[in-house]
Design a protein around this ligand. Structure first.
Ligand code: HAM
Length: 497
């Protein structure tokens, strides 16, 4: 009993503590937070209302909350959305025009799916996954890319019975726990295109053309496709042996990471950016010299198709990509701008992935564009942005009844396709019209007490100042007529009787 009393007493104390006035974030607290997390130094602001409480999962919640997105992640603010709208528009056109269907998969998958698909020995699996165990003891990870999820969905939903090829498009955030720097984030956005069920190199070429169309559609010029073929499981094995013995003989000259890669993934040494490894790689055997007949012919046809399409490309024998599921064609899209080079997108064939995951043998090819990098490139190259649709009509109101009527009228205008601005929260007509002026609308609609009772609206031409009163029934047609002709409403005020 005594124990019970003590328990409920401490509960009461905790509740009291939690409800007590929030403490201000002390200078000392802020200092120690900054020390712990250097990212706070520049922009971190601390909430003034920390809770003094430990929650059920024993998470310490008595320290000030850091008002900052997690490291390597960023918000896309309204001011940036013009770039993203341009990307969304370009993607929406492209995926429909090229016959893709959209698929949305979960952001979370069983960790094994990624390990099996992307493969051990890759940076993504060895270092970059956001993995955790759920309360139900499932090992899951945030998706570091889309392809594994697409392959899983293909098998799970029996898509193998659908007419081939199956073209799937997805877009969303992906997560890689890498060291953040310019153009490299822990959360970034990708647009992903995959074609499943056909092995003809013509699809490789068409996909590359699609990537080029999307990027050029954004106004980004001077891109270049880096292309290589890394062969199939037959010819790759022999090539890997050669490569391994070459790097073994130069082991002393390799960086620390590449010495490890020699055991886990020798192909990735070709991709290392360390100067000494670049020098060693320059003399390494090249995969295109060791392709089997089928892979050689596939690559030859691909290049011919690209020539036909006049897509600029460069054969890059050191391009191997950072995911293990690729076979035959691999490619990356580089900007030809000076300075630090980031790939804007990349992809390749993965003819064995679905089989590896337990599905029936299904050749496939795909690529993903890094959307945050595309935005960076659009800014850097100062691309011209589409003009956003701007409202040409402003709805102003005066008085409580007028506000009610305006709310309804706003919805009617929206249903009729007339983009209308308003500022319902403001009471003064003068300040509403000032907003209308600032927005540069052509027509202001005004509803006062009288108009609200009469079911009429005053239509004001913002450039001439002329105004007339019209009934609600006639209003939509009148606005449409005048906006369609790109005229502003210019009607002489009716004579009063
Ligand atoms: P990936 O090359 O790993 O390929 O990523 C695609 C693109 O995402 C990159 O070219 C780059 O633009 C962007 N990207 C990658 N990591 C980051 C990062 N940390 N921060 C910002 N942007 C980044 C794949 O993910 C494959 N799943 C592509 C694919 C689809 N292959 C076949 N189908």
């Amino acid at each position: 009993m005594a124990k019970k009393k003590e328990k409920s007493g401490s509960k009461r104390k905790r509740r009291k503590k939690a409800n007590s006035k929030p403490k201000k974030a002390s200078r000392k607290n802020v200092k120690s937070l900054k020390k712990k997390n250097p990212a706070v130094k520049n922009s971190g602001k601390l909430s003034k209302s920390p809770f003094v409480k430990k929650d059920r999962d024993n998470v310490q919640t008595d320290s000030p909350i850091l008002m900052q997105s997690p490291r390597g992640m960023h918000d896309i603010l309204p001011g940036e959305q013009a770039y993203w709208n341009q990307i969304r528009r370009s993607l929406d056109h492209a995926f429909l025009e090229y016959g893709f269907q959209r698929i949305d998969t979960s952001i979370l998958e069983y960790t094994d799916l990624f390990v099996r698909s992307i493969g051990k020995g890759t940076d993504i699996i060895d270092k970059e996954m956001y993995s955790f165990v759920t309360k139900g003891r499932d090992k899951v990870s945030l998706r570091p890319e889309f392809t594994a999820s697409i392959a899983r969905a293909y098998i799970q939903h029996g898509m193998n019975v659908l007419p081939k090829p199956i073209k799937l498009f997805s877009t969303g955030t992906v997560y890689r726990y890498d060291r953040p720097q310019e153009g490299r984030y822990r959360e970034h956005r990708q647009a992903n295109f995959d074609i499943l069920g056909e092995q003809d190199p013509v699809l490789d070429a068409q996909l590359i053309q699609l990537a080029s169309r999307v990027i050029e559609g954004l106004g980004i010029k001077n891109i270049q496709f880096q292309i290589n073929s890394i062969g199939c499981s037959k010819c790759r094995e022999e090539y890997l042996e050669l490569l391994k013995s070459y790097f073994e003989s130069k082991k002393r000259k390799l960086c620390h990471n590449c010495k490890k890669r020699l055991e886990t993934n020798p192909l990735r040494i070709l991709d290392c950016k360390e100067d000494k490894c670049v020098q060693v790689s320059a003399g390494a055997p090249q995969s295109i010299d060791h392709l089997c007949d089928e892979c050689r012919s596939h690559f030859k046809y691909l290049l011919e198709y690209l020539d036909e399409l006049e897509v600029p490309y460069m054969i890059n024998p050191r391009l191997v990509r950072g995911l293990n599921y690729y076979t035959k064609t691999v490619f990356e899209i580089w900007s030809s701008e000076e300075g630090r080079k980031h790939s804007l997108g990349g992809g390749g064939r993965y003819d064995k992935l679905i089989e590896t995951l337990g599905g029936e043998s299904t050749p496939a090819i795909g690529f993903a564009l890094g959307l945050d990098r595309l935005v960076m490139e659009m800014k850097k190259t100062k691309v011209k942005l589409y003009k956003e649709m701007k409202p040409k009509v402003f709805l102003a109101q005066l008085g409580e009844l007028a506000k009610k009527k305006s709310l309804r009228l706003f919805s009617d205008l929206e249903k009729s396709g007339i983009l209308t601005a308003e500022s319902f929260g403001r009471g003064s007509l003068r300040s509403q019209l000032r907003t209308a002026n600032r927005l540069g609308v052509e027509i202001a609609l005004i509803i006062g007490q009288k108009e609200a009772l009469d079911e009429t609206v005053i239509v004001k031409n913002m450039s001439s100042g002329a105004q007339e009163t019209v009934t609600r029934e006639k209003l939509v047609n009148l606005i449409k007529k005048n906006l369609k002709n790109n005229n502003v409403v210019s009607v002489k005020p009716k004579k009063t009787r």
